[in-house]
Design a protein. Sequence first.
Length: 146
Amino acid sequence: MKKYLLLFVFISCYITIFSQSSAVPFTLEDRDRIIRTEQEIKSLRNEMNTRFESLNTKFESIDTKFESQQLQINNLKESISDIKVLLLWGFGIMFSLFLFMLGYMIWDRRTALNPVRIKTETISNILRDFAKENVKFAEILRSYGL
Protein backbone atom coordinates (compact mmCIF):
# COMPACT_ATOMS: atom_id res chain seq x y z
CA MET A 1 0.00 0.00 0.00
CA LYS A 2 2.81 2.37 0.83
CA LYS A 3 4.35 1.66 -2.52
CA TYR A 4 1.18 2.59 -4.34
CA LEU A 5 0.83 5.75 -2.37
CA LEU A 6 4.42 6.71 -3.03
CA LEU A 7 4.00 5.93 -6.72
CA PHE A 8 0.85 8.06 -6.86
CA VAL A 9 2.65 11.04 -5.24
CA PHE A 10 5.55 10.82 -7.72
CA ILE A 11 3.24 10.58 -10.72
CA SER A 12 1.17 13.57 -9.58
CA CYS A 13 4.34 15.64 -9.05
CA TYR A 14 5.61 14.62 -12.48
CA ILE A 15 2.34 15.63 -14.15
CA THR A 16 2.18 19.01 -12.38
CA ILE A 17 5.74 19.84 -13.43
CA PHE A 18 4.86 19.45 -17.08
CA SER A 19 1.63 21.35 -16.73
CA GLN A 20 3.46 24.35 -15.23
CA SER A 21 6.23 24.36 -17.77
CA SER A 22 3.96 25.07 -20.69
CA ALA A 23 4.84 28.42 -22.29
CA VAL A 24 2.21 31.15 -22.16
CA PRO A 25 2.19 33.17 -25.32
CA PHE A 26 2.56 36.97 -24.81
CA THR A 27 0.01 38.61 -27.07
CA LEU A 28 -0.53 42.18 -28.25
CA GLU A 29 -3.56 42.39 -26.04
CA ASP A 30 -1.37 41.65 -23.01
CA ARG A 31 1.08 44.31 -24.14
CA ASP A 32 -1.75 46.86 -24.53
CA ARG A 33 -3.05 45.98 -21.08
CA ILE A 34 0.36 46.58 -19.55
CA ILE A 35 0.63 49.94 -21.35
CA ARG A 36 -2.82 50.96 -20.10
CA THR A 37 -2.02 49.99 -16.51
CA GLU A 38 1.24 51.95 -16.70
CA GLN A 39 -0.68 54.98 -17.97
CA GLU A 40 -3.24 54.62 -15.19
CA ILE A 41 -0.46 54.31 -12.63
CA LYS A 42 1.17 57.47 -14.03
CA SER A 43 -2.12 59.36 -13.91
CA LEU A 44 -2.73 58.19 -10.34
CA ARG A 45 0.80 59.22 -9.42
CA ASN A 46 0.18 62.67 -10.96
CA GLU A 47 -3.07 63.01 -9.02
CA MET A 48 -1.31 62.00 -5.83
CA ASN A 49 1.45 64.53 -6.48
CA THR A 50 -1.07 67.33 -7.07
CA ARG A 51 -2.91 66.40 -3.87
CA PHE A 52 0.33 66.32 -1.92
CA GLU A 53 1.24 69.73 -3.32
CA SER A 54 -2.16 71.12 -2.37
CA LEU A 55 -1.75 69.64 1.12
CA ASN A 56 1.69 71.23 1.35
CA THR A 57 0.25 74.63 0.44
CA LYS A 58 -2.51 74.17 3.03
CA PHE A 59 0.06 73.24 5.67
CA GLU A 60 2.13 76.27 4.76
CA SER A 61 -0.91 78.54 5.10
CA ILE A 62 -1.70 76.95 8.46
CA ASP A 63 1.92 77.49 9.51
CA THR A 64 1.68 81.17 8.61
CA LYS A 65 -1.55 81.45 10.60
CA PHE A 66 0.12 79.80 13.60
CA GLU A 67 3.06 82.17 13.28
CA SER A 68 0.75 85.19 13.19
CA GLN A 69 -1.16 83.88 16.22
CA GLN A 70 2.12 83.27 18.04
CA LEU A 71 3.10 86.86 17.26
CA GLN A 72 -0.23 88.08 18.64
CA ILE A 73 0.26 85.99 21.78
CA ASN A 74 3.74 87.45 22.24
CA ASN A 75 2.30 90.96 21.83
CA LEU A 76 -0.36 90.18 24.44
CA LYS A 77 2.27 88.86 26.83
CA GLU A 78 4.26 92.05 26.37
CA SER A 79 1.15 94.16 26.98
CA ILE A 80 0.31 92.21 30.13
CA SER A 81 3.89 92.68 31.33
CA ASP A 82 3.58 96.43 30.74
CA ILE A 83 0.29 96.51 32.65
CA LYS A 84 1.90 94.64 35.56
CA VAL A 85 4.71 97.17 35.70
CA LEU A 86 2.20 100.02 35.60
CA LEU A 87 0.17 98.48 38.43
CA LEU A 88 3.29 97.97 40.54
CA TRP A 89 4.29 101.59 40.06
CA GLY A 90 0.74 102.76 40.79
CA PHE A 91 0.49 100.74 44.00
CA GLY A 92 3.96 101.91 45.03
CA ILE A 93 3.02 105.55 44.54
CA MET A 94 -0.29 105.10 46.39
CA PHE A 95 1.44 103.36 49.31
CA SER A 96 4.02 106.16 49.45
CA LEU A 97 1.23 108.76 49.49
CA PHE A 98 -0.54 106.93 52.33
CA LEU A 99 2.67 106.85 54.37
CA PHE A 100 3.26 110.54 53.67
CA MET A 101 -0.29 111.39 54.76
CA LEU A 102 0.11 109.34 57.95
CA GLY A 103 3.37 111.13 58.77
CA TYR A 104 1.78 114.49 58.03
CA MET A 105 -1.19 113.70 60.29
CA ILE A 106 1.10 112.71 63.17
CA TRP A 107 3.22 115.84 62.73
CA ASP A 108 0.14 118.06 62.42
CA ARG A 109 -1.40 116.55 65.52
CA ARG A 110 1.73 117.28 67.55
CA THR A 111 1.90 120.85 66.31
CA ALA A 112 -1.82 121.34 66.86
CA LEU A 113 -1.76 119.87 70.38
CA ASN A 114 1.27 121.85 71.55
CA PRO A 115 -0.60 125.19 71.91
CA VAL A 116 -3.50 123.39 73.59
CA ARG A 117 -1.12 121.73 76.06
CA ILE A 118 0.50 125.10 76.84
CA LYS A 119 -2.91 126.69 77.42
CA THR A 120 -3.99 123.75 79.57
CA GLU A 121 -0.85 124.06 81.71
CA THR A 122 -1.46 127.79 82.00
CA ILE A 123 -5.07 127.24 83.09
CA SER A 124 -3.92 124.55 85.53
CA ASN A 125 -1.37 126.94 87.06
CA ILE A 126 -4.00 129.67 87.32
CA LEU A 127 -6.41 127.26 89.04
CA ARG A 128 -3.69 126.19 91.52
CA ASP A 129 -2.91 129.78 92.32
CA PHE A 130 -6.61 130.46 92.86
CA ALA A 131 -6.86 127.29 95.00
CA LYS A 132 -4.16 128.68 97.32
CA GLU A 133 -6.46 131.56 98.14
CA ASN A 134 -9.72 129.60 98.25
CA VAL A 135 -9.74 126.43 100.42
CA LYS A 136 -13.04 125.05 99.15
CA PHE A 137 -11.84 125.34 95.59
CA ALA A 138 -8.60 123.54 96.55
CA GLU A 139 -10.65 120.61 97.91
CA ILE A 140 -12.59 120.40 94.66
CA LEU A 141 -9.35 120.35 92.68
CA ARG A 142 -7.92 117.60 94.93
CA SER A 143 -11.05 115.51 94.48
CA TYR A 144 -10.45 115.59 90.73
CA GLY A 145 -6.74 114.87 91.07
CA LEU A 146 -5.53 118.30 90.08
